[in-house]
Design a protein around this ligand. Sequence first.
Ligand SMILES: Cc1cc2nc3c(=O)[nH]c(=O)nc-3n(C[C@H](O)[C@H](O)[C@H](O)COP(=O)(O)OP(=O)(O)OC[C@H]3O[C@@H](n4cnc5c(N)ncnc54)[C@H](O)[C@@H]3O)c2cc1C
Length: 438
Amino acid sequence: MSSDRQLWVTLSTPDERSGYYVELSLDNKILFVLQAIIPACNRVFKTGNILTKRFSMIRDQETLNQLIDIVDRFVRERLMPIEQQVAENHEVPEEVIQEMKDLGLFGMTIPEEYGGLGLTMEEEIHVAMALGRTSPAFRSILGTNNGIGSAAVVFDGTEEQKQRFLPKYASGEWVGCFCLTEPDVGSDAGSLKATAVKDGDHYIINGTKRYITNGPVADTFNVMARTNPDIKGARGISAFIVEKGTPGITLGPVDKKMGQAGSLTCDVIFEDCRVPASNLIGKEGDGFITAMKVLDRGRLHIAGFSAGVAERLIDDALHYAIERKQFGKPIAEHQLIQAMLADSKTEAYAAKCMVLDAARKRDNGDNVSTESAACKLFATEMVGRVADRAVQIHGGAGYISEYAVERFYRDVRLFRLYEGTSQIQQIIIARNMIREAQ
Ligand SMILES: Cc1cc2nc3c(=O)[nH]c(=O)nc-3n(C[C@H](O)[C@H](O)[C@H](O)COP(=O)(O)OP(=O)(O)OC[C@H]3O[C@@H](n4cnc5c(N)ncnc54)[C@H](O)[C@@H]3O)c2cc1C
């Protein structure tokens, strides 16, 4: 699509000079946001006579296409060129994070009334697939604000909590994180040991949380802790939001990981950490239910993202296969290579279809616990197979870090582990099937 002209798009904020400077295509689609003055404002109106619709339009294909075009181009032109640099430095450059904020990417799932884009699940999946075409470390930076770090407040927070936290997540000013896992408690999250003891109008939190994504840079910690020690299982757990700077929080060293360099995790330790009772999310004892709602949504996001990563890996493998010659012809003409390409394409397409179907069902208000688990199980296992074939198609080059497939092969391994391992997804699916049949 060729570029026609550039346009200043104002935002409906009190400051009329705020806005985006965008490049438009011949048919008036936003090709790229060249400059953003006020970040993460969802209400976009034109100054001329071209854009008349809100940027965060739900179920408006044209507006969604514009957003995806912007993300596609941002991924291609800003993120893909620095993938290797991020992997080597273990850091996403600050100016790139700022650009993500300017594009509103930290607030994709935050409702519009709190400054986010208010994307539906289906829309979010399309954007996740677009983001999947580059290193997962970039998504991880904004992933918690759009998912596990904010969703508990979105779903079950009080109006006061929503007003206080959500606009800051949406703009990217604050980073949220989700603290469920502990040193002795992973898959069996209902048995967690961290405690929150009521003391007047405060709770005192004690416990260690492990592998917390964005913990090292978090401004708020969404913590699951046991408020009722008499109930050993899930019903004794409550959810809290704890602000950075609250006395009693210590961060462990940044974890050294197999992949996703640039995405940071660490232990978060709470020692006699006094949290106002007003920071309880939902009702006492409902914290595990909140956490499961958060993960149900997160699983669909990870599945959609995995489908996007698979497309990237297929592209890389296909182009390599077309260029690389052995036995006098491009390896793409060898049928065993074609089989790997075809299997990867087929599986990625299946994942994309199933996750979009589940997302639509969720948007329609259906309970998609089974579908979310099925999507995460299939899509994350699928992208593991696709990454493996991409390395195989690259031959020895696939084992050399100069080629992106080597890095992606390690990066995608995580998807089968966090937000519930593949085995836990199988258990959820089977348990739901049996319950429905009884
Ligand atoms: C990089 C990274 C980022 C993470 N980010 C976060 C975060 O932000 N917040 C957070 O709270 N957690 C986070 N986690 C933790 C992650 O969610 C857990 O690691 C995951 O849920 C698995 O728990 P575990 O590691 O304790 O494994 P375990 O539960 O000890 O499982 C070990 C193995 O046993 C299997 N297993 C366990 N129970 C069963 C069963 N009943 N039947 C069959 N098999 C079983 C598992 O599938 C797995 O294969 C992160 C982890 C990593 C590595």
